[in-house]
Design a protein. Structure first.
Length: 247
């Protein structure tokens, strides 16, 4: 069965002090044992967040597709592991849009993570104009085909995918539970087609895009929604803990 996950993407917010206050606050909340909770702070204070956290995994928002060397400004998986993070985001829509990370590049990050035995959440999702053209399913399928679906069955087992419609991220506009479930069900059926029903049921498919305590219960109740990747609402202890308890 797919693991339930609530992940907080802190993006380029907070500083070392406020990040520590936030992680300490979340660590004090009594969290359900069947939910995997992950936070993604800015890389500069991952180490401090790891030390201050309890029962919460810490990940990185981005990482290099290279091992090491002359890549100014980049951070390798090995470096990230050395400060205690065990999981990374790949293909967040902000990386795709602002830093021109395309499907081919993201495939190399997937391969790097597999090579380094590093867990990851693979993000996908369509921009508004694609949905308006009614092409969201083929668009998301292409993102998965070109960056993720080359993995073997063994490598695909227990992977985590986050569906984040770009028009819902940070806009306050959430996909309805019907829109979310439709896409999640499609993603799971593509995995069944390509791999098997067993692999498909092991993959956690998270929803992201203005997910907050007021809509999480309905979204998380959808049969194919295994949790959320949360932006804005992950910056508040109360909101984030309510989200973790929304299953
Ligand atoms: P949001 O961000 O919850 O602020 O919409 C989600 C995300 O980008 O992961």
């Amino acid at each position: 069965m797919a693991k339930k996950i609530v992940a907080g993407n802190w993006k380029m917010n907070l500083n070392a002090d406020s990040a520590l206050t936030l992680i300490k606050g979340i660590s004090e909340v009594s969290l359900p044992s069947d939910v995997r909770v992950i936070v993604f702070p800015s890389s500069v204070f991952i180490g401090q967040v790891v030390e201050a956290s309890s029962g919460i995994e810490v990940g990185c928002q981005n990482f290099s597709n290279e091992d090491k060397g002359a890549f100014t400004g980049e951070i390798s998986i090995n470096q990230i592991k050395s400060i205690g993070a065990n999981v990374g985001l790949i293909g967040h829509s902000e990386r795709r849009a602002y830093y021109k990370e395309d499907n081919a590049l993201l495939k190399t990050k997937v391969d790097q993570a597999i090579k380094e035995n590093f867990d990851f959440i693979f993000c996908c999702g369509e921009p508004l104009f694609i949905r308006e053209e009614g092409k969201e399913f083929s668009f998301v399928r292409e993102q998965l085909n070109e960056s993720l679906f080359h993995l073997t069955s063994d490598q695909m087992k227990n992977r985590v995918i986050a569906y984040e419609p770009v028009w819902a991220i940070g806009t306050g506009k959430t996909a309805s539970s019907i829109q979310a479930e439709d896409m999640h069900l499609s993603i799971r059926s593509w995995i069944t087609e390509k791999y098997s029903a067993e692999i498909a049921s092991s993959v956690s498919i998270l929803y992201g895009g203005s997910c907050k305590p007021s809509n999480a219960k309905e979204l998380f109740a959808c049969p194919n929604v295994d949790g959320g990747l949360i932006g804005g609402a992950a910056l508040d202890v109360d909101d984030f803990s309510q989200l973790i308890k929304s299953f």
